[in-house]
Design a protein around this ligand. Structure first.
Ligand SMILES: Cc1ncc(COP(=O)(O)O)c(C=O)c1O
Length: 1008
């Protein structure tokens, strides 16, 4: 049967009527509250005992057959394991009842969960789950056949274009009306090419974020689960199921519509799409957006009181806007490329099968002469890429960075400087931005040195398709155009040109001139609205650029013109996945790596890192690069020293003593420590510190705190008590380690306010009791080791008085005190240079490393001569590279720069600013618990409940993923992995700190 369930009034049933129907048809007393619907009526029924159910009054246009088909579909879903609410039969055993008014009525279980519609941001995993659900739906319904499925209602996508035409006059806003109909026309024309090849079957037809109930996961995200409302069930295009689902996901982050391909890919892996279906997908998404907007206005025209329809208009508009914000040709191409999962740049070092071959003679002659035959002099390809050696020391941030690269090439005598197609330009990278910048050029720019005018010729056989004031578009045949832009044209449209024919003149100039050559597929320009202009209209002679996520489509819509110009192709793509695979093949499984799908980082500058696509990230985790990435002073020191001398530390040279003296000079006044031993890492430093205290005391036992990390060598791992870092720590700990309670005043054994000295005293007393016990058992302590601020816990400050008390007890028991300053030393906490200074104590041995070399491997211990000399009892000591001239020079350069750049002051000031920002967020976001730390060692602890302090660990991990999307690298730490660790390079600015806080605010507000 065909029913035309087009826009029409909802049944005239009020909440009171619904209560009567519940009583008459189902024998229940219930209070009814209306739920939204466009054309039917839905009511929530609540019985006195709290039982909830949903009463649905079908629009009268809806037939019995269709209802029967729905019940069959529900059975099919259940059989496939897709959760759906059960339809509750009336007392007569029938699923469908008739109301007094003659309406068909059904009652269903109430589906527990939360609506997905208003859930804000959807993470990739949620998008994938939506795609998988749509695939499960079409798989479950694939063989369903029923006469009630043969419906042609307005939501069937095959009639969507017609329905847009019918409803669009209701759109009062003229410009919008035009946009909606134009987009629908264009989508239909693409769809028409493939429609006959689209498989048809029973589909839900409205499997949207509004018809799927979500359940909240451990990660705090809402995950799609229960499928509701089969009102649009009918035969339809299988791919329409996906298009409808995908379109409903668009408004959750409308600025990035291509993200819904996470859903598409998940669908495809479970219900593979044919090429025709892949091509149909985006046109269907656009049509769905158009019909939603048009019918929304139409619904209001005929049913102005429908508050639900009025509310929905905003969402529908957002869906349409997002769907049409990507040029249709681009989105269609993107779908094809992503689903083919082919390497988008694998083919075209050549131009590709469907692109013209370069003109053989000229292309193989000197570079660029096919276009500019009179050029005399060198042609140089300029490197504006992510790893360019010419953009060090942050030069890429200068607004005129590209011009400077070009000027450099000219100064070196080049006649033409080329900025090539497809090389991600670091010069276009932006910092502290939620969105990646457009970095990938779709054309090749030729910068021509100042000089006389030059003839411009066509490098290839072509017909002039368009000729403007500044450039031409040449038709090359086989659907490709060659755009040459930036010169005075003197050919006419439709002229047929052979290679070498003159196109016009590049005028003489006393400054550099630019030509841009773009080889572009015709449908990128003609078949799309907006056409190529969607790539932000560049200046004359400049290439358009696209963001990294658009590259898969654009590497098919545009090709590298290098071959036409006699240049080598340098086009790049994101190779992070290959790099990850490469690592996984050859590295140990235990070797840690950040992120499940990591970006490939190949550049750093100050407190930012840049990946190979030119996306910049604010780096909040790199305390090793204390001065900041790419520091020129350190680079110069390395360069200078390694050319002069780098030998092992058993030779006599000046640098070792010079650096060691500088280190000693950093100790607080009157420090008794006077001896330095240099090694290469924090683990080695801790290892050596442990050996020193054992050698000096002649004892073995070392007391370490619970939940600590101190390194990976045998000894430093032995005092690493964190079960998070080493789940086997408890069982494998050697007997010479004694583990004492961790003095965490927030969630430890004893808790209390910062100024409450009794907290520290109680922890210290417990540790004192441990020392006594050890002595009684004949295992007196050689020493005690702890971080001066609990870095591994996320920067938890030690309770007032604790460290002084403990040090006194350890010394009284004949032991020595080791301060692990590997993370928290070197000015990071802002107030002092050393972490132990905030406790007004002086350790016997200090272990140092990370920031000493700003990324160069240096570690060491500072101790007393007596302790150090004890080492002789264990034979000689040397570390081949520890303390070599190169490390010492680097160490000195770091200390010089720390002083000159005031890093400790910056840690204090920006740290205070950052902590204040986080504290302000805590007032608005309940998930934020204590803010730990000081200076630029901060920890934002996330909890599910501020009273119980239940750790929000999965949430924290998910929040880090979203922050990364927004361009902020922050990771979790602590035994419970629920603390966001914030320990950026000490050069971080207030602007970047503000960006970090704003990004976290956005994530906590919109979701993760
Ligand atoms: C407190 C502490 N000590 C020692 C180490 C070991 O340093 P490395 O990784 O340089 O061996 C670390 C490393 O994270 C650390 O955090």
């Amino acid at each position: 049967m065909n029913d035309r369930h087009s826009a029409s009034m909802r049944p005239a049933v009020s909440e009171t009527d619904a209560e009567t129907i519940a009583r008459d048809c189902y024998g229940i007393e219930a209070v009814a509250r209306e739920l939204g619907s466009n054309q039917d009526r839905n009511f929530l029924l609540r019985e006195p005992d709290g039982t909830r159910s949903v009463l649905r009054i079908d629009n009268p246009t809806f037939g019995d057959d269709a209802r029967d088909a729905q019940h069959a579909a529900l059975d099919a879903y259940r059989a496939a394991g897709i959760p759906v609410p059960v339809v509750l039969a009336g007392p007569n055993g029938e699923l469908t009842q008739r109301s007094g008014g003659g309406y068909a009525v059904r009652r269903s279980e109430f589906a527990d969960g939360e609506p997905m519609l208003d859930a804000g941001y959807f993470a990739p995993v949620v998008l994938q789950e939506f795609g998988a659900l749509a695939a499960s739906s079409v798989n479950a319904l694939a063989t369903l056949a029923h006469p009630g499925l043969d419906r042609e209602h307005m939501w069937v996508m095959a009639v969507a274009h017609r329905e847009v035409g019918r409803c669009a006059p209701a759109i009062r806003d003229r410009a919008l009306r035009h946009r909606v109909t134009a987009a629908a026309d264009e989508a239909r024309s693409v769809l028409d090419e493939v429609a006959s090849g689209l498989p048809i079957q029973a589909i839900h037809g409205d499997l949207t974020d509004d018809n799927v109930m979500g359940v909240r996961g451990e990660d705090g995200r809402l995950h799609p689960r229960v499928v509701l409302d089969l009102g649009d069930l009918a035969y339809g295009w299988r791919v329409a199921e996906l298009a409808i689902t995908a379109s409903s996901l668009l408004h959750h982050e409308p600025e990035r519509p291509l993200r819904v391909f996470d859903a598409v890919e998940a669908f495809h892996s479970r219900a593979p799409l044919s090429d025709a279906e892949a091509r149909a997908l985006w046109p269907l998404i656009v049509l769905r957006g158009a019909i939603l907007v048009a019918s929304g206005w139409r619904q209001l025209e005929i049913d102005g009181d429908n508050a639900y329809a009025r509310d929905r208009i905003r969402v529908e508009q957002a869906i349409f806007d997002a769907a049409t914000s990507v040029p249709l040709a681009e989105a269609v191409e993107y779908a094809t490329v992503r689903l083919r999962s082919a390497d988008p740049l694998a083919v075209p070092d050549r131009l590709g099968a469907d692109a013209p071959e370069p003109h053989p003679k000229r292309a193989r002659s000197l570079p660029v002469r096919s276009l500019l035959p009179e050029i005399a002099g060198d042609v140089v390809v300029v490197d504006a890429g992510v790893e360019s050696p010419w953009l060090e020391a942050g030069r890429w941030l200068d607004a005129d960075a590209e011009d400077r690269l070009v000027a450099r090439a000219f100064a070196g005598g080049s006649a033409v400087a080329v900025l090539p197609f497809g090389v991600y330009r670091l010069t276009r990278t932006t910092i502290d931005c939620p969105d990646a910048a457009a970095t990938w050029p779709i054309g090749t720019e030729l910068h021509v040195a100042p000089g006389p005018r030059l003839v411009v010729t066509t490098p290839v056989e072509a017909t002039v398709f368009a000729a403007g004031e500044h450039g031409v578009r040449l038709r090359l045949g086989d659907g490709w155009y060659l755009d040459i832009d930036g010169f005075s044209v003197d050919v006419e449209v439709n002229s047929v040109l052979s290679p070498g024919t003159r196109l016009g003149l590049l005028p003489s100039a006393s400054e550099s001139r630019r030509l841009c050559v773009t080889l572009i597929r015709a449908d990128a320009v003609e078949g799309a609205s907006p056409p190529v202009d969607a790539v932000k209209e560049p200046d004359t002679g400049r290439s358009g650029l696209v963001t990294p996520e658009r590259v898969p489509a654009w590497s098919a819509l545009a090709r590298d013109p290098a071959g036409l110009l006699g240049l080598p192709s340098q086009a790049e793509r994101d190779q992070s996945a290959d790099e990850q695979r490469r690592r996984e093949q050859i590295l140990a499984g235990a070797q840690e790596r950040y992120y499940e799908h990591p970006m490939q980082i190949e550049r750093g500058w100050r407190h930012h890192l840049v990946d190979t696509t030119g996306r910049a990230y604010l780096d909040l985790v790199n305390n090793v690069a204390g001065l900041g990435h790419g520091h020129p002073g350190v680079a110069d020191a390395v360069d200078r020293q390694i050319r002069i001398l780098n030998t092992n530390s058993r030779f006599l040279y000046r640098e070792l003593a010079e650096y060691s003296e500088r280190l000693l000079a950093l100790l607080p006044p009157h420090s008794p420590l006077d001896t330095v031993v240099l090694v290469n890492s924090g683990s080695e430093a801790v290892d050596l510190a442990l050996r020193l205290v054992q050698a000096a005391t002649g004892r073995k036992t070392v007391v370490a705190l619970r939940e600590a990390y101190h390194g990976w060598t045998m000894a430093s791992d032995a005092v690493t008590t964190s079960a998070y870092d080493n789940p086997y720590a408890r069982d494998t700990r050697p007997e010479w380690i004694h583990v004492a309670d961790v003095p965490n005043r927030f969630r430890g054994t004893y808790r209390g306010a910062a100024e409450d000295r009794s907290v520290g005293a109680r922890y210290a007393a417990d540790l004192g009791a441990d020392l006594d016990k050890l002595a009684r058992r004949g295992r007196p302590a050689a020493g005690f080791i702890c971080e001066s601020v609990l870095g591994n816990a996320g920067g938890v400050l030690l309770p007032e008085g604790y460290l002084a008390d403990v040090y006194a007890r350890v010394r009284a028991a004949g032991g020595l005190c080791i301060a692990d300053e590997v993370q928290v030393g070197f000015g990071r906490t802002g107030a002092g240079f050393w972490g132990f200074e905030r406790s007004a104590v002086m350790p016997d041995v200090i272990a140092i490393a990370k920031p000493m070399g700003n990324g160069f491997p240096i570690g060491g211990v500072i101790t007393s001569r007596a302790a150090a000399d004890a080492l002789t009892s264990q034979g000689q000591f040397f570390s081949s590279t520890g303390g070599n001239p190169l490390s010492c020079r680097v160490g000195l350069a770091v200390l010089d720069a720390m002083e000159a750049e005031g890093t400790q002051r910056n840690a204090r000031e920006i740290g205070r600013h950052l902590a204040a920002g986080f504290r302000a967020l805590a007032e608005r976001h309940g998930i934020i618990g204590p803010i730990h730390g000081e200076g630029l060692y901060l920890g934002v602890e996330l909890v599910r409940d501020r009273d119980t302090l239940e750790p929000a660990a999965q949430e924290a991990a998910a929040i880090c993923e979203r922050l990364r999307e927004l361009g902020v690298i922050v990771l979790t730490t602590s035994e419970r992995s629920n603390v966001l660790k914030v320990k950026p390079p000490l050069c971080i600015t207030a602007e970047s700190a503000d960006y970090a806080v704003a990004a976290l605010d956005r994530v906590l507000t919109e979701g993760w």
